[in-house]
Design a protein around this ligand. Structure first.
Ligand SMILES: Nc1ncnc2c1ncn2[C@@H]1O[C@H](COP(=O)(O)OP(=O)(O)OP(=O)(O)O)[C@@H](O)[C@H]1O
Ligand SMILES: [Mg+2]
Length: 257
């Protein structure tokens, strides 16, 4: 049984200007522990798909099953990093990371060591007692990632988590994330606009077409793991990049010459 099964999901939003066709007939089966990168142009429904997976948005047609159970509300055993970091301004960095413990009504002290270790790993040593307003955009995003990872969720949903980071930090976190997931075994959906990041991290890259968002291509990435940053310089890696760019070109989304 796949860990996650997305079956014929369409999403139509009601808006003041009439219905918005955000997703059309998206289907995808994802094995446990695998990493799915989702790439596609702005507005093609990537965040919508993630919000449906998270149970925050109801599909207009079709459905999503996780471990064979249909998603009808946000489940506890899932970590989510929102495109906007969604930190609580009145809580310190550490208290923000400990939020899942409160949700689950579990004692914070059971999670404090883990929260501290995650913050340190993500370069936030010395910032545990600061408030979100005192952080840069990239630091806030890192706090949001720590929060999503706090309870080792079997399903991790990340909406452009590294978009606000500088290239060096992004590279570093690409490596750290691989290490974390290798030990946690979480199934991960990861949205990015960066094709090379999508390939480096993924077992499968899902390429989406413009609105109404549909799956244009499902591309398995068969590069050996672990993947150091230098994997990006191999001909095999470049070939995957070419396939994705050609897919965008054939959809009229990208013109590279
Ligand atoms: N709550 C909403 N009400 C009405 N329309 C919405 C709502 N949320 C999203 N949309 C529309 O649905 C479409 C898909 O939006 P979505 O945020 O999923 O795109 P995206 O692929 O994540 O884009 P980006 O790469 O810019 O983040 C867009 O046209 C957007 O305007
Ligand atoms: Mg989005």
């Amino acid at each position: 049984m796949p860990h996650v099964r997305i079956d014929g999901v369409s999403k139509i939003y009601d808006s003041a200007k009439g219905p918005v066709d955000a997703l059309r007939d998206v289907s995808l089966s994802v094995a446990r522990g695998s990493f799915v990168s989702v790439v596609g142009p702005s507005g093609c429904g990537k965040s919508t798909l993630l919000r449906c997976l998270a149970g925050l948005e109801e599909a207009s047609a079709g459905g999503i099953w996780v471990e064979g159970k249909k998603i009808v509300e946000p489940p506890f055993n899932m970590g989510m990093v929102f495109q906007r970091d969604a930190l609580l301004d009145w809580r310190t960095v550490l208290e923000n990371v400990l939020l899942p413990a409160d949700f689950r009504r579990r004692p914070r002290k059971d999670f404090e060591a883990k929260a501290g270790a995650l913050l340190d790993l993500f370069g936030l040593i010395g910032f545990h007692d600061r408030y979100p307003r005192e952080l840069s955009g990239g630091m806030r995003m890192r706090v949001a990632i720590c929060r999503a990872l706090l309870d080792d969720p079997p399903l991790l949903l990340m909406d452009e988590p590294f978009a606000a980071l500088d290239a060096f930090t992004r590279d570093e976190l690409n490596i750290e994330l691989q290490k974390l997931l290798a030990s946690s075994g979480a199934t991960t959906f990861f949205i990015t606009h960066n094709i090379s990041e999508a390939i480096l991290l993924a077992d499968t890259v899902v390429v989406m077409d413009r609105r109404p968002g549909k799956v244009a291509k499902v591309l398995p990435i068969e590069l050996p793991r672990p993947r150091p940053l230098s994997a990006r310089e191999t001909p095999e890696f470049a070939a995957y990049g070419r396939i994705i760019r050609e897919t965008f070109e054939s959809l009229g989304i990208l013109r590279s010459h």
